[in-house]
Design a protein around this ligand. Structure first.
Ligand code: NAD
Length: 422
């Protein structure tokens, strides 16, 4: 391991993003002038959102939209509704989007948005009014050629439909390309809803192939049974892996003989939780992460694996479906233990890749079949995995730094070619 810089123990995801940027830039011997240009977000918009609640009072929410980079194309990145959303979290997520889009070589920069709110405690009407007010407030930044939002934690295709409608009403004509992850009926792409989980699945297959371990029969644990986690679990279940443990925000379940994932998805849709699934026992979150397994997929939020609990991880492969689930301190411990990490900016890039396909289809008014989407996605994920793996092996750096080197290097090249304005 050539990268020996001291790692600071921090739970601030933006600091983690900056630390990994520095490690990658050092390995690339990146020109200090280029570093100055690409390290920090280009634009930050902080908005105040007064919303009339169902009981008649007005509640004020805080929202953000961050454009980290537009060097390689329009900013691209999801919108998160969560009580713990902070500006630093959104800045970190926007930064990771920049490197992620460059890793899979799609013509986008990186952006992200968020509103600090508790969507589970809000009615549909309250959510719609808050979403529309947020869309109107970030209107100066977004647009199909400028900055294109998508779903993230606790937002979905309905959220995107409201943003698309708000944006289109102010412009006076329908503009589906302003968001991706839309409903199919509004110009969404087949395969977008499952794209992140499918990308996680493809990169996990590539990792298993590289390590020479079979996926069939491998024990799998998934933290966060939402869009990304449940689809990854379902596809691995379909490949005859044995999903023994999963969790969501309400609790964790375990069955040593394997969970019936399709039935669990239906159960979660009906009850809103995984707890109580017939035949599974409840376990604690720390027990879930420490389960004996071949593949661990953190698919919830940042900082799930840190300096305190990384030693308890027994998985051979950790596939980061979530953004930033392992802290820099956690990274070093996992690496020391010989865990093979598929870093977030590679592992979960299937979502933004199919978002790109959706945007291309919207711009051309010509829609593809699902098989086309899956084939193209598989090609992108497998090619990107091979490129990151090559850097990992040739330069003897972790998979995390290898992915950052690929992403940062491509953005650095774009900035160098564009030159400095004015
Ligand atoms: P989601 O809202 O569909 O699901 C999130 C899931 O995590 C929910 O089931 C929730 O209950 C669970 N959760 C929340 N806190 C938890 C905790 N402390 N422990 C266990 N589970 C917990 O969100 P999603 O879109 O699946 O996003 C999950 C992660 O994947 C995020 O980090 C997101 O940034 C990342 N991601 C999502 C996409 C996408 O296209 N949706 C793309 C790339 C990355």
């Amino acid at each position: 391991m050539q990268v020996t810089e001291k790692i600071k123990a921090s739970k601030n995801p933006f600091e983690a993003a900056l630390q990994n940027f520095d490690l990658a830039a050092n390995m690339l011997e990146l020109d200090p002038n280029i570093r100055q240009i690409i390290k920090y977000p280009e634009r930050i918009l902080h908005v105040s959102l007064p919303v009339r609640m169902d009981d008649g009072h007005i509640h004020r929410f805080e929202g953000y939209r961050v454009q980290h980079s537009t060097a390689r194309g329009p900013a691209k990145g999801g919108i998160r509704f969560h009580p713990n959303v902070t500006l630093d979290e959104v800045k970190a997520l926007a930064t990771w989007m920049t490197w992620k889009c460059a890793v899979v070589n799609i013509p986008y920069g990186g952006g992200k948005g968020g509103v600090t709110c508790s969507p589970k405690e809000m009615s549909q009407g309250e959510l719609e009014r808050m979403t529309r007010r947020y869309a109107a407030s970030i209107l100066p930044l977004i647009g199909p050629e400028q900055d294109i939002p998508a779903p993230d934690v606790y937002t979905n295709s309905q959220t995107m439909a409201w943003i698309m409608d708000t944006y289109s009403m102010t412009k006076g004509y329908p503009i589906p390309g302003v968001v991706t992850g839309k409903p199919i009926a509004l110009g969404g792409s087949l395969g977008r809803n499952e794209a992140t989980g499918r990308g996680v699945y493809y990169t996990t297959l590539s990792a298993a192939e590289h390590l020479g371990v079979p996926v069939k029969g491998a024990k799998v644990v998934v933290q966060g049974f939402g869009n990304a986690g449940s689809i990854a679990a379902q596809l691995l279940h379909g490949a005859e892996a044995c999903v023994i443990g999963v969790s969501d925000s309400r609790g964790c379940i375990y069955n040593r003989n394997g969970l019936d994932v399709p039935k669990l998805i239906t159960y979660k849709e009906k009850t809103g939780q995984v707890l109580g699934f017939p035949g599974a026992e409840e376990i604690r979150p720390d027990e879930l992460l420490g389960l004996e397994c071949g593949i661990l997929i953190p698919a919830a939020l940042e900082n799930a694996i840190d300096g305190d609990n990384a030693r308890t991880i027994k998985a051979k492969i950790v596939g980061e479906a979530a953004n930033g689930p392992v802290t820099p301190e956690g990274d070093l411990i996992l690496e020391d233990k010989g865990v093979f990490l598929i870093p977030d900016i590679l592992c979960n890039a299937g979502g933004v890749t199919v978002s790109y396909f959706e945007w291309v289809q919207d711009e051309q008014h010509l829609f593809w079949e699902a098989a086309d989407v899956y084939n193209r996605l598989e090609r992108v994920m497998k090619t990107s995995f091979a490129e990151v793996l090559k850097i990992h092996l040739d330069r003897k750096v972790s998979m995390r730094i290898a992915a950052n080197m690929l992403g940062v290097g491509r953005v650095g090249e774009a900035v160098k070619l564009r030159g400095l304005y004015p």
